[in-house]
Design a binder for this molecule. Structure first.
Ligand code: SF4
Length: 250
């Protein structure tokens, strides 16, 4: 087990490595206790492609929020089948069932942070709890929060987050997609360049930032998986006390 200082030094060295070299290192160190997360949007394809060529049966976590575009679910099924992927669907904790049923239409608009916590952050925390490494496809050029990320990030619970594409740009993604003739999400050509859940994603113009269509006009840019909402559980525990049903009430 490396210290935070050793991880920071390694992460600095990895700034000069290719994504494939970083993924290979992570697989050599941690497989099979390693997983990748993906939303099956166009920009997810290079990481999926690289990682599954290095470790074909790597666990691939997909957050099935129930709010996805139908096109995303069809595309996910197609890629899983054609690439023979080991996809694991993640769902909300069943203790939210009553609350979720009562608020299914209003929650994404009225409290998107709680919604993302229920459908994304908490299921991902639970799925990663038995693993040693989590490979994510975030890039520094995507959001101001991601601009400060590191290639290796050791979390307080010992999980190592690995961000092999951190130094890539949008153009690198496009070049890799073209070089390998990777499939494109069906909504991409209709202006959905970054695709999340349907209630929180709109099509954007050619000159807009790729993520401008995510939670547009609502002052939110991240779902919480790559921010403090994921790293710190205090907020979650408070919400659990007030909203979730106790385990013995199910
Ligand atoms: S992206 Fe929107 S619908 Fe999806 S979990 Fe977050 S708030 Fe809910």
């Amino acid at each position: 087990m490396k210290t935070k200082e050793e991880i920071a030094a390694l992460s600095a060295q990895f700034e000069a490595k290719t994504p494939q070299e970083i993924i290979q290192w992570a697989v050599d160190e941690f497989a099979p206790e390693i997983a990748l997360s993906t939303s099956f949007q166009t920009q997810s394809m290079p990481l999926l492609h690289m990682a599954t060529r290095i470790l074909p049966d790597i666990k691939i976590f997909f957050l099935d929020t129930g709010y996805h575009f139908w096109d995303t679910l069809i595309f996910r099924e197609r890629i899983q089948h054609e690439w023979n992927l080991n996809v694991v669907d993640l769902y909300r904790d069943s203790r939210w069932d009553h609350f979720a049923r009562q608020n299914v239409r209003s929650l994404p608009l009225q409290d998107p942070n709680l919604c993302c916590y229920i459908y994304k952050v908490q299921p991902m925390q639970k799925a990663l709890s038995g693993l040693k490494a989590w490979v994510s496809g975030i890039r520094r050029d995507q959001t101001s929060n991601r601009a400060h990320a590191q290639i290796l990030e050791l979390q307080d619970d010992g999980l190592l987050k690995v961000n092999p594409l951190l130094n890539w740009t949008k153009r690198d993604v496009q070049t890799y997609m073209a070089d390998h003739q990777l499939p494109v999400h069906p909504l991409y050509e209709r202006g959905y360049r970054s695709i999340g859940c349907a209630p929180c994603t709109v099509a954007i113009g050619l000159n807009e930032d790729d993520r401008a269509g995510r939670w547009a006009g609502r002052g939110k840019t991240e779902c919480g998986l790559h921010t403090d909402m994921f790293k710190h559980k205090e907020l979650a525990e408070v919400k659990d006390q007030f909203v979730m049903e106790p385990e013995d009430a199910r």
